[in-house]
Design a protein around this ligand. Structure first.
Ligand code: UT7
Length: 323
């Protein structure tokens, strides 16, 4: 028998403020047409007063627990992916632990920027298969509106805020690709590529800083590295492109999503796309897409799902799971 981390529930939270592309036309030399055609983004949600990374994470986690039919004290571990925690410390994860009223277990943040949820899932999976946790909440939550340079049209039109979460539970499997749960993970990073995507602040500057990106350079790396990591993860899981029911990619750019799916040999009608409504929500984008796809009936129990993401670092990776 093989221990598997099985998804038992999913949930998400999006702030109430919706900003259409056309709103940027008033302050920037940009257009709805440019943003839509170059990125696929039509609108995004921005945090309003009262929305913080930890509060949004808590709302998504509460929805995921409800979906799983569990309460906070059923959970042994919270793994929260974010690059925009409310404070330098404590972790957003421990703040969520307190807000959920969870009095046991442990909680920590994972920081791998847009690949954060993939890294968090891989870490939570390792905790479960090694017997250190039976049930884990895995959350992606971001408030990228706090690190936008609103005068930089090359970045500020691309990002959004929100949170998504899943509940994992240990379950015995047969050790075959037919098992439910996480079947494989693949993580990669290359710190030499830091200048392509970074925030120019932190404890070394005494400011939280702004996101800086060489978008077309990141784009070049994205399709190639995402297809490679997804294929590696599928090999590890013993599955191939024909077996895939859904690719749930990081939602940064529709052209990256299409290019990666094409390289993987998977048709776009088997790809979950939410980038038009959420923009790039960094570590929140995959759990948001999983939760939305589950709620609208796209992903069903037993479906084979491949998730993949790349972001600052550069850091990238993929997870193959059966829902
Ligand atoms: O999630 C983390 C990973 N991040 C990503 O995956 C983002 C990856 N990159 C991208 O999505 C795309 O590179 C962008 C959407 C950021 C840009 O698309 P692009 O096709 O690579 O355009 P570009 O950066 O090569 O810029 C083309 C032109 C430039 O003008 P010139 O130099 O050709 O005159 C830019 O200045 O578009 C201009 N431009 C804009 N024009 C109107 C850049 N931003 C804007 C804008 N509105 N908002």
């Amino acid at each position: 028998m093989t221990l598997r981390a099985v998804i038992k529930g999913a949930g998400h939270y999006l702030p109430a403020r919706v900003v259409e592309n056309s709103e940027f036309e008033a302050t920037l030399d940009t257009s709805d047409e440019w943003i839509k055609s170059r990125s696929g983004i039509e609108r995004r949600h921005f945090a309003t007063e009262g929305d913080t990374t930890s509060s949004m994470a808590c709302a998504a986690a509460t929805a995921a627990l409800k979906d799983a039919g569990m309460v906070a004290d059923d959970i042994d571990a919270i793994v929260l992916a974010t690059s925009t925690a409310d404070f330098t410390f404590p972790s957003a994860a421990t703040m969520v632990q307190a807000q959920l009223g969870m009095t046991r277990g442990f909680a920590f943040d994972v920081q791998a920027v847009c690949a954060g949820f993939i890294y968090a899932l891989a870490n939570a999976n390792a905790l479960i298969v090694s017997g250190q946790a039976k049930r884990a909440l895995v959350i992606g939550a971001e408030t990228f509106s706090k690190i936008m340079d609103w005068t930089d049209r090359g970045t500020c039109v691309l990002f959004g805020d929100g949170a998504g979460a899943v509940v994992l539970e240990a379950q015995e499997g047969a050790g075959s690709p037919e098992d439910r749960g996480i079947l494989s993970t693949d993580l990669n990073s290359d710190g030499r590529l830091r200048d392509l995507l970074y925030v120019d602040g932190g404890v070394s500057t005494g400011t939280s800083g702004y996101l800086r990106m060489q978008g077309n350079q990141v784009f070049r790396h994205a399709v190639e590295k995402l297809a490679a990591t997804a294929n590696t993860a599928m090999d590890k899981a013993g599955v191939s492109a024909e077996d895939v029911d859904w690719i749930v990619p990081h939602q940064a750019n529709i052209r990256i999503i299409q290019g990666t799916a094409k390289k993987m040999g998977v048709a776009m009608d088997r790809v979950v796309v939410t980038v038009q409504d959420h923009g790039n929500t960094s570590a929140a984008s995959i759990p948001l897409a999983l939760s939305v796809a589950r709620a609208n009936g796209q992903i069903k129990a037993g479906d084979l799902v491949v998730t993949e993401a790349i972001g600052g670092g550069l850091a990238w990776g993929a997870v193959v799971l059966r829902w």
